[in-house]
Ligand binder design. Structure first.
Ligand code: DP6
Length: 331
């Protein structure tokens, strides 16, 4: 049965990163990765199958989605339609509560919300694992936005990608950390993660293969630090992993340098705060903003300190949240 359906999916931030693919169409990673789910910050998507439409159409924050984005959306919808045995196109509307171009990728929450809403709209009853696989075909990191809490994305081995899915390893209550996003303005249009990963494949960065090997070890160390709720151990692996990813990018030819001056100032600020006793650590995605995880009792002081760094536009605050979910029709 075809019906209108809506879903919300949260954004996530990788604690050990996905940066390197063994398949650039199916978004199959070379290494596993671990992430934490961001409560409230995410994407709400409504999918309405409509036999009168000759093409899928999608509005994102009241603007028509660009052709490159539409190709990825259609890829996910086509898989769903094939399984549902229908050709009917859909009208889609999406609203981001992640401030886009604010250093937080919206593609993870966008494709997770799409997978959940569209599979319901086309009458499929998919498991969390199947939804994760589906979301991944739109954007790799979206695989991690389905489950919620602390999430592990298995790299998988199969060519069709059916064993490359993410699942929760600890729920949000296990370690209810605060998550601060120190937003740094990007001075020019940045290279997207999709483009960056194509540029930064093996052979163009002398560090790339070592980086992938390190990720395999970091996932294990990170999961242990999360299990033990050990911030010092978490800081070592999370910061080390992010810095190693950026080192790999910087060593690329041509180099990929996402940092701005305030990015470096934030790194020093977090290290200083930790030396002074605050329980916190940072990570950085393919952008210039810095995400800081901290214990609830330190959140105010850490946030004030980050906000005082010159060049910081704002500091967003959230917490570890739950996974993607269907919501009542959001019209
Ligand atoms: C640096 O998932 O945005 O944020 O699979 O090409 O859509 P595509 O890339 P994407 O890459 C995210 C890269 C990252 C690290 C991470 O989230 O693990």
């Amino acid at each position: 049965m075809l019906q209108r359906a809506a879903a919300f999916a949260p954004s996530n931030i990788a604690l050990t990163k996905y940066w390197g693919k063994r398949d650039h169409v199916l978004n199959l990673p070379l290494a596993p990765s671990l992430s934490v789910t961001l409560a409230e910050l995410g994407t709400l998507t409504v999918v309405a199958p409509n036999p009168d439409l000759s093409e899928d159409v999608m509005m994102v924050d009241d603007q028509e989605l660009d052709p490159a984005g539409m190709t990825k959306v259609r890829r996910v919808l086509d898989v769903i339609r094939q399984r549902a045995g229908t050709q009917v196109k859909a009208g889609l509307r999406s609203v981001n509560t992640v401030p886009t171009a604010r250093g937080l990728a919206s593609s993870a929450s966008a494709f997770a919300a799409l997978a959940v809403a569209a599979s319901k709209a086309y009458g499929l009853d998919l498991s969390e694992r199947e939804l994760s696989v589906l979301a991944r075909t739109g954007s790799g990191s979206a695989a991690r936005s389905v489950a919620g809490g602390y999430v592990l994305w298995h790299a998988g081995e199969s060519q069709d990608g059916n064993d490359s899915y993410a699942e929760r390893v600890f729920d949000s209550e296990h370690w209810p950390l605060k998550i601060l996003v120190a937003v740094v303005a990007d001075q020019k249009k940045k290279v997207s993660s999709t483009q960056g990963m194509k540029m930064n494949a093996a052979g163009t960065s002398p560090l790339f293969n070592a980086w992938i090997d390190q990720c395999q070890r970091d996932v294990v160390a990170c999961q242990n630090a999360l299990r033990d709720k050990n911030m010092r151990a978490l800081a070592e692996v999370v910061e080390g992993n992010a810095l190693a990813m950026h080192a790999t990018m910087m060593a690329n030819r041509p180099p990929l340098l996402y940092w701005q001056a305030p990015t470096v100032a934030l790194i020093h600020a977090v290290r200083r705060l930790r030396d002074e006793g605050a329980e916190c650590c940072f990570t950085i995605d393919a952008g210039s903003s810095v995400v800081v995880l901290c214990e609830a009792q330190d959140a105010r002081a850490v946030s004030d300190e980050l906000a005082s760094v010159p060049g910081i536009e704002e500091v967003l605050q959230t917490r570890v949240g739950g996974g993607a979910r269907l919501v009542g029709d959001a019209g």
